[in-house]
Design a protein around this ligand. Structure first.
Ligand SMILES: Cc1ncc(COP(=O)(O)O)c(C=O)c1O
Length: 379
């Protein structure tokens, strides 16, 4: 229970529930170490270049980190073709999202976002006691951009998750350009591109959100080192936005926000093109296999361009994910009462273990329905 003397806003704050760790599941259920396909991490692990850079940098860890993240911001600015003043680095893109909310939202302000989507959007909005407009996803699992443009007048922030978590679906360059043109003047459009590298590889018309920042639009792009770069445990992400937006975020950020190991590893990982290419190849193949498994078992999915697949297992999601965990595979269930699970793309072995476990589990659980609805948010 939350302390009743804590801020009233916390009563409406959903608690973010992270994916189960292999250690916790093994402690509870025993057996060999389970496979974790619950948090969309890199199945190949961190970039070897990052590991090497970390071992060289350790001598410096008695010093506070570079508060400006100078070397990493320089490298990102060069990589993205924007001035350094357009880049902020944070302890994960989630931290930058929260900083944006702190900088832009209060109880007089409105934030618009699609739903189901990344569960941190309502968390940061409610913490700021902002007004929220959740726009249901269209039946194809994608943002309803017409509706979002209609309700955006007067909003302070409009958040677009591209590709969307949990559906894995994406909005094209043309669709988002058109949306930005139609949008009433005023809102800052936050494009969450945590999975952009996978989407770019999967869909030629997937847009580069940074383009709109280069063009001087009121767009802020969030990206992550947790996914394709394999550094989820170090917590590092970045924001690309007009300089005044970066400045607003930097004002609310605590000092020394990003640790030296995180900065060092991210800089090395950014230059490790081989690791990125290997990751993209493994994910593309694993995603194909996951979609094929779902298809073979007659389970509905959305066409994912990310490193996860959202599937309707037609049985209570919690029961399916518990049964999978008992067979050594951790996935992310949708909320209680739903029948959708989100499965991260793993190595070929991990995908195989998932396939075998799912084939075992499904016949033992009674179906509650056959394939309808878009399903709720996974965390
Ligand atoms: C859409 C989306 N944005 C952001 C994040 C978090 O990224 P980070 O680890 O950089 O905070 C996730 C992680 O699952 C995500 O799904």
């Amino acid at each position: 229970m939350t302390d009743p003397r804590a801020r009233r806003a916390l009563e409406r704050l959903p608690r973010y529930v992270a994916g189960g760790t292999p250690e916790a599941v093994q402690r509870e259920l025993g057996g060999p170490p389970p496979v974790k396909l619950a948090s969309n991490e890199n199945p190949l692990g961190p970039s070897p270049a990052a590991l090497e850079a970390l071992s060289r940098a350790a001598a410096n860890w008695a010093r506070y980190p570079d508060d400006d993240c100078t070397a990493l911001r320089d490298a990102l600015a060069a990589h993205l073709g924007v001035p350094q003043a357009c880049v902020a680095v944070g302890a994960g893109s989630t931290a930058l999202l929260k900083l944006l909310a702190e900088a832009y939202l209060d109880r007089t302000q409105t934030v618009v976002y699609a739903w189901p989507s990344f569960p941190m959007y309502p968390v940061v909005a409610r913490l700021q006691e902002a007004r929220e407009v959740q726009v249901p996803l269209a039946p194809d699992g994608r943002h309803d951009l017409d509706r979002m443009a209609e309700v955006a007048a007067g909003a302070q922030l409009v958040v677009v998750c591209n590709p969307n978590n949990p559906t894995g679906t994406y909005l094209s360059e043309q669709e988002l350009s058109h949306f930005l043109q139609r949008l009433p003047a005023g809102p800052l459009v936050v494009v969450d591109e945590a999975y952009c590298e996978f989407a770019r590889e999967a869909a030629p018309d997937y847009p580069d959100g940074v383009r709109w920042v280069r063009e001087g639009r009121r767009v802020a792009v969030l990206r992550s080192f947790s996914k394709v770069y394999g550094l989820a445990g170090l917590r590092v992400g970045y924001l690309v936005a007009p300089p005044e937006v970066v400045e607003a975020v930097v004002r609310v950020r605590e000092p020394f926000h990003v640790s030296t190991p995180a900065q060092t590893a991210a800089l090395a990982a950014l230059g490790d093109h081989g690791h990125v290419a290997r990751t993209l190849a493994v994910v593309a193949e694993g995603r194909r296999r996951l979609m094929a498994v779902a298809g073979r078992l007659g389970l509905r999915t959305y066409p994912s361009v990310a490193n996860f697949v959202w599937m309707d297992v037609e049985r209570p999601a919690g029961e399916v994910s518990d049964a999978l965990a008992r067979r050594g595979v951790i996935v992310r269930p949708g909320p209680a009462g739903t029948t959708w699970i989100r499965v991260s793309v793993g190595t070929p072995d991990e995908v195989q273990r998932f396939e075998e476990a799912l084939e075992d589990v499904l016949p033992a659980l009674p179906r509650t329905h056959t394939g309808t609805g878009r399903g709720p948010a996974a965390r």
